[in-house]
Design a protein around this ligand. Structure first.
Ligand SMILES: *Cc1c(COP(=O)(O)O)cnc(C)c1O
Length: 355
């Protein structure tokens, strides 16, 4: 049995870090010097390794490409105020990763590889963790099928990898969102709750159609009636309606269970705000908007934390919101950033220190 602290590390020489401008970090464009790789074969996990970041080579019959057994996670690590580095709620991502793996008939990844390997990789690449406010190391663990064969069957071999990308504050321009009435993201019994590659591929075309109509993204609705709101492409949604915050509940299995979503609910609860997780119809939103009690709408996800919605189009009706007047969205975003940067006490123990 391997000890993750003593895993083999092959150093990248020389480091590429001096070629990266840490003042200008577009999302997911630069990658740190190293990556973690672990193979699953013969019914068990083989020894993980940390090696220089770079291309990997496969046979054209690679199972993941043809039949889509491929899952991922998105996590952020921060350089805290006290100089230490910490990861935001990675245990939650680990649990969700293994839920996705189970649904896609893939092996679960043990904690010592997922969390232990991530900590070790960040330790090796710690110089790459940006220090500035709201800058972070975006961590992308992923797992895919590696059998070389065209028969449709669960693969018998898999590769788990972690790559890291230093990112700046995600410039979250307020979004124009179109309520989707034709295409569907997920159905009960399907894979909507899994962070699996095909969900994103399937969303690309509807998003391009929405862009042609002047929107940035779609707000998915339920598959049967297009009546109840679900989530945006990579974000869960919240509405401030009267003195309550409302977000769709997860019972249908069609919504990705966001860790930012959960964090927003907990922050709101700590603030003494009432949060309702329940079915929300578009009609209810329109009615609330018309009487003036729908005051804020925003998305919640790891990349941008909070993204304000300035336009919500439904059929011919467009609801508009003033991004400069969204006190709840601003407050939640600030609280979450302060926790991640170590500027306030981490009462819920959300940060996992790597050193
Ligand atoms: C990842 C993701 C989210 C947000 O999840 P976080 O854990 O908050 O990053 C929401 N919806 C979809 C479809 C996602 O893939």
């Amino acid at each position: 049995m391997y000890n993750i602290q003593n895993i083999k590390v092959t150093k990248a020489e020389p480091s590429r870090i001096s070629s990266v401008d840490f003042k200008h970090l577009p999302f997911g464009k630069y990658f740190s010097d190293h990556m973690l790789v672990a193979d699953y074969a013969d019914g068990k996990w083989q020894e993980p390794e940390i090696i220089p970041y770079g291309p990997i080579c496969f046979d054209p019959s690679l199972a993941a490409i043809h039949y889509g057994q491929s899952i991922f996670e998105g996590i952020k690590a921060f350089r805290m105020e006290d100089g230490r580095a910490a990861i935001f709620r990675p245990q939650e991502n680990h649990l969700r990763f293994n839920k996705s793996a189970f649904r896609m008939e893939m092996p679960s990844v043990p904690e010592e590889i997922f969390i232990g390997g991530m900590k070790k990789l960040l330790e090796v690449d710690q110089q790459w963790i940006p220090k500035d406010y709201d800058h972070a190391m975006y961590i992308r663990p992923f797992l895919f099928a590696t059998d070389h064969a065209l028969g449709v069957a669960p693969s018998s071999t898999y590769k788990f990898m972690i790559i890291c990308s230093p990112v700046g504050p995600y410039y979250a321009a307020p979004m124009k969102i179109s309520v989707e009435e034709k295409f569907v993201r997920a159905v009960p019994g399907g894979v909507g709750y899994a962070k699996t590659a095909g969900n994103y591929a399937a969303a690309l075309h509807p998003t391009v159609v929405a862009k042609q109509k002047g929107y940035d993204q779609v707000l998915w609705t339920d598959a049967f009636e297009h009546k109840y709101v679900q989530e945006c492409g990579t974000m869960n949604v919240f509405f401030i309606l009267g003195d309550k915050a409302i977000t769709p509940d997860l019972s249908s299995g069609t919504i990705l269970e966001g860790i930012t979503r959960d964090s927003v609910i907990k922050v709101l609860t700590d603030m003494g705000k009432e949060v309702e997780e329940r079915a929300i119809s578009v009609d209810e939103l329109v009615e609330a908007y018309k009487v003036g009690i729908l005051t804020e709408a925003f998305g919640a996800g790891t990349a941008a934390t909070i993204s304000k919605i300035e336009q919500l189009g439904y059929k011919d009706f467009v609801m508009t919101f003033d991004p400069a007047n969204m006190p709840m969205a601003d407050k939640i975003k600030n609280i979450l950033i302060e926790i991640k940067e170590g500027l306030v006490e981490d009462t819920r123990k959300w940060m996992l220190y790597i050193d």
